[in-house]
Design a protein. Structure first.
Length: 128
């Protein structure tokens, strides 16, 4: 496998991992006000095949931190004390994570494009 194709494989794995992360973060953001919803998190893992290591999304897990208790006696899910279980999604944390994932995606995309351009330039040089 050439160095160019290895570089493209690694950056493509980073793109795919960050895209999965963005999908999960958008799901968390969409469910910010859903009672009983637990935030989902996804770790990354390195998968090594010989000398080549790729980033792969890990198993999606739910955040087990306590759910917010909301006081609203008129809510249909309220218990005898007038409380119901909210969510453990913190919108600010999710937006910050989404920004980080977006920037990582853009960095991988730039690396992919630069590798492709170098490969194309090399082909042009070899044709001469």
């Amino acid at each position: 496998m050439s160095a160019f194709s290895e570089a493209l494989t690694v950056t493509a794995s980073g793109l795919s991992a960050q895209a999965s992360r963005l999908r999960l973060l958008s799901e968390n953001i969409a469910n910010t006000d859903t009672p009983g919803y637990r935030r989902k998190v996804m770790p990354f893992q390195l998968e090594s095949t010989g000398e080549l290591a790729q980033v792969v999304p890990g198993r999606v897990r739910t955040d087990q931190s306590p759910l917010e208790r909301i006081f609203d006696p008129d809510h249909p899910l309220a218990d005898d004390t007038g409380h119901y279980a909210g969510t453990n999604v913190d919108l600010i944390v999710e937006i910050a994570d989404a920004r980080e994932a977006q920037r990582s995606y853009e960095a991988n995309l730039k690396m992919f494009e630069q590798t492709r351009q170098m490969s194309s330039s090399l082909m042009d040089l070899l044709r001469r």
